[in-house]
Design a protein. Structure first.
Lengths: 354, 345
């Protein structure tokens, strides 16, 4: 004889609650495992090493399921951890002289990148590239990047500040809540090489990429997508575009003039900059080297979430065929947000891609 | 908590998640079977209650003779991915739409969605296997094949009531969609229904009602256009379209053309994507069964859906949804439940 209906209902509710609790307790990215590169991938990475002496930092979950900052050479060799914490370390950026790295660290053992909009869950830290001197630099801050004059540009929700490492003084340079829209979130602010503009991705109450003119105090919309960034020449930019390209994303590049796209009506074909051939073609996190000749980014062959899926680090000599891009990491854990510092570039200048 | 303890804790939770994922997958496979068994038991019970005449042979459904059923719920729901920094959705079998963390990144996706719906006279289960792939030119192509099982209550089965069951292949669908605009937020989808399911199944020379037939017996088509709006917390998907019922088939069954409008809103957390949605369908005429117009059929249907996608493993997300359909006439009301799993290649 079965149990009365209300008992069965109670048991079902208990089971559902237990399942929900299990899910809520389940957090973190996969640690994954190392995979063997193919001979072709090894050869491509080796060719990079012959042309370029550089360091690449990136964030990986391979050790603990949260993320640490790792560092490697431009051909993917000599990969080693730069940070070792129980928190989530990500968005590492080399200082202009390449001697230090700033990165964002979570206050809790696990924070999803989806929570990057909550500045009070993160701090910006700094560490020397030899692994010494790790210290908290800016509390309650995210998306730290370097300005041309060696300050740190970072965001707190809808506000963007500079931080002077010498005086530890913060200066508000963009109040998005005031001049854009209340409730806006400013992500990945990047100051132009001439120091006149800030490119940023907007989320929250606005959802677009654009450029803020520090002189004119005006916002120029670039378009959709995210992760907008400058070429070191300052007359060109890249950004991620979604829903186009193989794997659902591709990198766009476009000229800019006076803090706005030079050709706002540029057709799709002119904007395409990098779309990896093959299955692993869901690209994100692109950044251009300071000499303007290399791009590093990550791509996955399935899924989207930036801090969970199997993204791998790639490098490409700008202007060369897309097929010559080299994969540098071989691990099923999550690898994201690389940055590159060029020490010596022996490559022949390639014709600039459109 | 030390780092080692943290690691051990994660291993334990991953074990739990793996068990839940396995349970969801097994459930998706066996849900239709369980529903079918339930429906058969119910049918046998009702048949036993029939008072058949002495010269009337006991009714028995021949499984060999009865194949297929049409998916229940909305016809030819729209489908397609919504990519980018958010979540997206796809249509599934039987009117339930999968809204979840699916946002591209893989050339080929395989989705298995089991669906059980129960209306006044019709209990329908379907398990749809859908394979879709991106092709150059911003197109996405796919094929969807449903395996279905229907149990239909009829009042006029040779003088008495009966519950008649059929199962087998339903009408397959070819799916073509293309994204438009620089951000690809607008998409158009064409779904072609192919009459692969039986449309003239008889039980002891009694022709099953048109809505219980495995297939429609004619080619059908649906053209939809939709717009997706990404927000930090999830997507908003708004769309509408025209459904061509295929005209009258060779046994004079007819499904009226219809207009559809829908809106889905997703809300994502780290591991879950909750979604709610509404689908309104307006029939542009009345259906016909064996040439007879269906009297008790209203023009309007409203379907309300709640779904939750669970990222149990990174390669096999699972989806659970419930849907209530309210018709202009009470006889059109139904409830549905769906369970699905998906993987990428």
């Amino acid at each position: 004889m079965g149990h009365p209906r209300h008992i069965r209902a109670r048991r079902a509710a208990t089971l559902i609650a237990a399942a929900a609790l299990s899910l809520s307790a389940w957090a973190g990215a996969p640690r994954g495992k190392a995979v063997e590169p193919t001979p072709g991938e090894l050869e491509a990475a080796k060719k990079i090493g012959e042309q370029l002496d550089a360091l690449i930092v990136w964030s990986t979950s391979r050790v603990s399921g949260s993320h640490d900052i790792w560092i490697m050479k431009a051909d993917g060799s000599d990969a080693r951890p730069l940070t070792k914490s129980d928190a989530v370390d990500w968005f590492a950026r080399f200082s202009p002289d390449g001697k230090q790295v700033i990165f964002t660290r979570s206050k809790a053992p696990w924070q999803s990148e989806m929570n990057a909009q909550y500045a009070n869950r993160w701090d910006i830290w700094i560490i020397n590239v030899d692994g010494t001197g790790e210290r908290k630099l800016i509390p309650d801050a995210t998306w730290g990047t370097w300005t041309p004059d060696g300050k740190v540009l970072f965001s707190r929700g809808g506000k963007v500040f500079t931080f002077d490492l010498g005086s530890s003084k913060e200066e508000l340079v963009l109040d998005g809540d005031e001049v854009l829209k209340a409730g806006v979130i400013v992500q990945q602010p990047q100051m132009s090489p001439d120091g006149k503009y800030i490119a940023a991705t907007l989320r929250g109450r606005m959802r677009e990429t654009g450029i803020w003119s520090l002189e004119r105090k005006s916002w120029a919309t670039v378009g959709g997508g995210c992760q907008i960034n400058w070429f070191p020449s300052g007359d060109r930019m890249i950004r991620m575009n979604e829903n186009t390209g193989r794997g659902g994303t591709e990198v766009f590049a476009f000229p800019v003039k006076d803090g706005a796209p030079a050709n706002p009506d540029a057709p799709y074909e002119e904007l395409r900059f990098m779309d990896l051939p093959g299955a692993r073609s869901h690209e994100y996190f692109p950044v251009i080297s300071r000499n303007g000749r290399w791009m590093v980014w990550c791509a996955t062959d399935r899924g989207h979430d930036h801090d969970i899926y199997d993204y791998e680090v790639f490098i490409w000599r700008i202007g060369s065929p897309h097929s010559e891009a080299a994969r540098l990491t071989f691990h099923t854990g999550n690898d994201r947000w690389p940055d590159i510092f060029v020490i010596e570039d022996r490559s022949a200048p390639a014709e600039q891609a459109r | 908590m030390t780092r080692d303890e943290l690691k051990r804790s994660r291993v334990r939770t991953v074990d739990v998640a793996a068990i839940l994922a396995l349970g969801a997958a097994v459930g998706a496979l066996f849900l239709p079977c369980a529903a079918r068994a339930f429906a058969r038991a119910s049918a046998r019970s009702r048949v036993r209650e029939l008072s058949l005449g002495r010269d009337c042979a006991p009714w028995r459904v021949s499984r060999d003779a009865l194949l297929g059923v049409r998916p229940s719920g909305s016809e030819l729901v729209t489908w397609g991915n919504v990519g980018g920094c958010g979540v997206g959705g796809t249509g599934g079998g039987g009117g339930i739409r999968w809204i979840g963390r699916r946002s591209g990144g893989a050339p080929v996706e395989v989705e298995l969605l089991a669906n059980v719906s129960r209306g006044e006279d019709l209990t329908s289960t379907s398990t749809s296997l859908k394979v879709t792939g991106d092709v150059p030119g911003r197109f996405n192509l796919g094929v969807q094949v449903p395996y279905v099982d229907n149990t239909r209550h009829v009042d006029d089965f040779w003088g008495g009531e009966a519950d008649l069951s059929v199962s087998g292949l339903g009408d397959a669908s070819l799916l073509i969609s293309r994204k438009f605009g620089l951000e690809g937020r607008t998409s158009a989808s064409l779904t072609l229904g192919i009459p692969t399911g039986e449309h003239d199944v008889q039980v002891q020379s009694y022709t099953l009602p048109y809505d219980a037939q495995p297939g429609k017996g004619v080619f059908t088509a649906s053209l939809t256009v939709e717009q997706s709006l990404n927000r930090d917390w999830g997507p908003i998907i708004i769309g509408g379209g025209y459904n061509y019922g295929g005209g009258e088939n060779d046994i004079e069954n007819y499904r009226a053309d219809s207009l559809t409008g829908y809106c889905y809103v997703g809300y994502r957390t780290e591991r879950l994507v909750h979604s709610v949605g509404a689908n309104v369908s307006i029939a542009l005429g009345k259906d016909r069964n064996l040439g007879n117009e269906i009297e008790d059929q209203g023009a309007f249907l409203l379907s309300l859906q709640y779904g939750v996608e669970v990222t149990l493993t990174y390669r096999v997300p699972a989806f659970f949804a419930v849907m209530a359909t309210l018709g202009e006439k009470s006889s059109q009301n139904s409830a549905a439940l769906a369970l699905g799993v998906m993987t990428f290649f």
